[in-house]
Design a protein around this ligand. Structure first.
Ligand code: PLP
Length: 428
């Protein structure tokens, strides 16, 4: 980071009149992209049989099995519930350690973490930030909040992360940063991205919202870039209900991020503000839950890896389903167990999701890529990103959480096998 990057004039919250109106795609263009426009979510019924008879399999479930209640009681007993309470610093220290980083700054959510990281780097109007089109909307919106321009590249089809060759081709003199997203818990190719960032003098940020604990050659995600950002939303691997974290090994970056997170209060002169800061603070209550969760970090991550092994073993026997791949140098965390459906299965991914919902199994479709979103469509009009589009059409994820047993997975996969059989029977 250089001095200029910290000058206050480049901290800029993007807003204009157009953002008060919904973004519109013309009807001719809507017809072109109709395959990607999400339909209504399938209606979830209760399971008619199996280990959860009369209940449902939610796609995600929060599990508060550690010291959450004890720490929350401490907050109430001590009367410390705001961001000034002691759990915030304890959570930051414990989380930094888990991410293999020296510093961590707790904040309100994963989107705030991304915005805070970009603002700390001084990203602003006139700058370009490259990110994958196959991501959740927060990655792109955080760039937009700064007034910088979103530049998109496609995903690669094996691990669903950013396509590095396309990324290199997209760099221009205006490019200031890359955001690598560790999609669904599979690390992006950080060593290659680090080399590009070094050679082209770009900031590298990791959006690790879905990848707490994932590793490349034993190094944890969140520790490769100048900053890593995490989400602690209720469905995430570590949760605080709502919450986020910025990790870094750069003290100067950490100090500025911490200051911007708290209205940019001057450290010595109260009510004296040299930067436009934000109120992105995390409360002591959230941090109390986060600390308890982080104490069980390895247990939580291993439980998800177990769920992955059970799904892999059972799903391999069903044609037309592609299970998630794991690169040899990586340890994925399986935030969600994702599958892709091809024509050999006998029905589309959306039809399968609907039939599973009727049997009590909730699923979630893959991202709708950024270039097809109404708010970004006109900027990328006419551009195609075929891998992301194919993923959008063919992929979804299955229930993935700590409470699932092998018998649950067997039953879920049996339902998929039965649907496959019925669909193939119908098409004969
Ligand atoms: C890849 C990615 N980035 C950012 C976010 C935003 O996190 P939050 O919902 O905590 O703001 C999410 C949330 O699901 C995400 O999946």
């Amino acid at each position: 980071m250089n001095e200029a990057a910290h000058s206050p004039h480049v901290l800029y919250l993007y807003w204009n009149d157009h953002m008060q109106e919904p973004s519109v795609i013309s009807s001719a263009d809507l017809a072109l992209i109709r395959d990607f426009i999400p339909g209504k979510e399938p209606i979830l019924s209760r399971c008619k049989s199996g280990p959860r008879k009369s209940k449902v399999y939610s796609v995600a479930e929060t599990s508060l099995r550690g010291n959450e209640r004890i720490y929350l009681n401490e907050c109430v007993d001590s009367n410390w519930i705001s961001s000034k309470g002691p759990f915030v610093r304890r959570f930051e220290e414990q989380f930094a350690q888990q991410a293999g980083c020296e510093f961590a700054v707790a904040c309100a959510n994963g989107t705030a973490a991304l915005h805070l990281a970009l603002a700390t780097l001084g990203i602003g109007p006139g700058d370009e930030v490259i990110l994958p089109t196959f991501t959740m909307i927060a990655t792109a919106n955080a760039v937009r909040y700064t007034g910088a321009t979103v530049k998109l590249v496609d995903a690669e089809p094996k691990y669903l992360n950013i396509d590095v060759e396309q990324l290199e081709a997209a760099i221009t003199p205006q490019t200031k940063a890359i955001i690598a997203v560790h999609t669904y818990g599979h690390p992006a190719p950080m060593h290659r991205l680090q080399r590009i960032a070094r050679e082209r003098n770009l900031h590298l940020i990791e959006d690790a919202a879905e990848a707490h604990g994932a590793e490349i050659l034993g190094q944890r995600v969140g520790s490769f870039g100048v900053a890593g950002t995490f989400s602690f939303y209720g469905n995430k691997i570590v949760t605080t209900g709502e919450g986020g974290m910025v990790t870094t090994n750069n003290r100067q970056f950490a100090d500025l991020a911490r200051r911007l997170c708290n209205h940019a209060f001057h450290p010595e002169q109260h009510f004296w503000h040299e930067f436009v800061g934000f109120n992105y603070r995390m409360t002591n209550l959230q941090a109390a839950v986060g600390l308890a969760q982080t104490e069980r970090f390895d247990e939580i991550v291993n439980a998800r890896r177990r769920v992955r092994t059970w799904y892999d073993k059972q799903l391999k026997l069903i044609p037309g389903i592609q299970t998630p791949l794991e690169s040899n140098d990586c340890k994925c965390v399986f935030w969600m167990y994702s599958v892709r459906i091809d024509s050999k299965f006998g029905c589309s991914s959306h039809e399968l999701r609907t039939l599973l919902a009727q049997r009590g199994i909730e699923t979630r479709s893959f991202f709708v890529p950024m270039h097809l979103q109404p708010i970004y469509y006109n900027q990328f009009r006419g551009r195609r990103f075929p891998v992301a589009e194919d993923l959008c059409r063919s992929g979804f994820y299955l229930p993935t959480h700590e409470s699932l047993e092998e018998s649950d997975i067997e039953w879920i996969v049996q339902q998929i096998a039965d649907i496959h059989g019925e669909q193939m029977g119908r098409s004969r």
